[in-house]
Design a protein around this ligand. Structure first.
Ligand code: ATP
Length: 229
């Protein structure tokens, strides 16, 4: 009798201690998850040369642990110096098609025979880490993303004039004359589409510091309680 009762005491001691340990694990996991706030991604659009990369660079420099740029997938071949996972995720057509079939892209498009797209799981993995994922995509791409995720934040970087855009493109020195002309024509289309869609918050990139201040003022409203420098 005494033996059996000792065994049962021992069993309940073990069970209580296991249950306490499990509670501690679950509770600490729950409080850990609560501290990781999921922040909506930021979609940046604007004409080529409007300053998206410049403003993202400033955000990243001043808030290195908060912002991260989403890396797109593409079926085009890597150019010299391009690194898989840094510049793009390079895929073959079959791999890309499989992701399309499984509805895994936030947006994707076909340009000159090559696919480009943003994988949802990549964006979600940044969100799980408490980061603001930045998508640098054109207005057509943003329109598709907006259909799926209307609560994300959409910012259009605009320029004071086409003349200034042209000066900036020329100053950057990365485009041929033909490419500059194509970008200027496309800029008008981007601005037209942005006006038609109406879901963008617009930032005028006149001087860099003023544009940065306007952008962060908007972001502070969209992400209350998140320190943004
Ligand atoms: N406020 C500004 N005043 C003057 N020059 C600027 C300003 N903002 C950006 N620039 C310059 O304009 C050029 C284009 O900017 P940037 O490369 O950031 O454009 P982008 O929108 O990222 O273009 P793309 O879509 O082609 O990558 C760069 O040389 C950049 O240094």
């Amino acid at each position: 009798m005494t033996d059996t009762s000792n065994i049962s005491d021992f069993k309940s001691l073990i069970m209580n201690s296991v249950s306490r340990s499990l509670n501690t694990i679950f509770l600490s996991k729950a409080s850990f998850c609560q501290t990781k706030q999921r922040l909506n991604p930021l979609v940046l659009s604007g004409a080529s040369g409007a300053g998206k990369g410049t403003l993202y660079g400033m955000l990243k420099n001043r808030n290195p642990n908060l912002f991260d740029l989403s890396v797109s997938c593409t079926t085009r071949k890597p150019r010299v110096g391009e690194v898989h996972g840094v510049h793009y995720y390079f895929m073959n057509h079959e791999e890309f098609q499989k992701e399309i079939d499984q509805d895994n892209f936030a947006e994707h498009c076909l340009v000159h025979g090559n696919f480009y797209g943003t994988l949802q799981k990549q964006v979600f993995s940044f969100m799980d880490k408490g980061k603001i994922c930045v998508l640098d995509i054109d207005v057509q791409g943003a329109e598709k993303v907006h259909k799926k995720f209307p609560s994300w934040n959409y910012v259009f970087i605009n320029v004071p004039s086409l003349k200034i855009l042209e000066q900036r493109l020329r100053g950057r020195g990365t485009e041929t004359e033909q490419q500059i002309q194509t970008r200027l024509t496309n800029a008008l289309k981007e601005i037209d589409s942005k006006n038609r869609l109406g879901f963008y918050h617009e930032i005028l990139n006149d001087t860099q510091e003023q544009a940065y201040n306007d952008l962060t003022a908007y972001l502070k409203k969209q992400y209350p309680g998140v320190p943004i420098n």
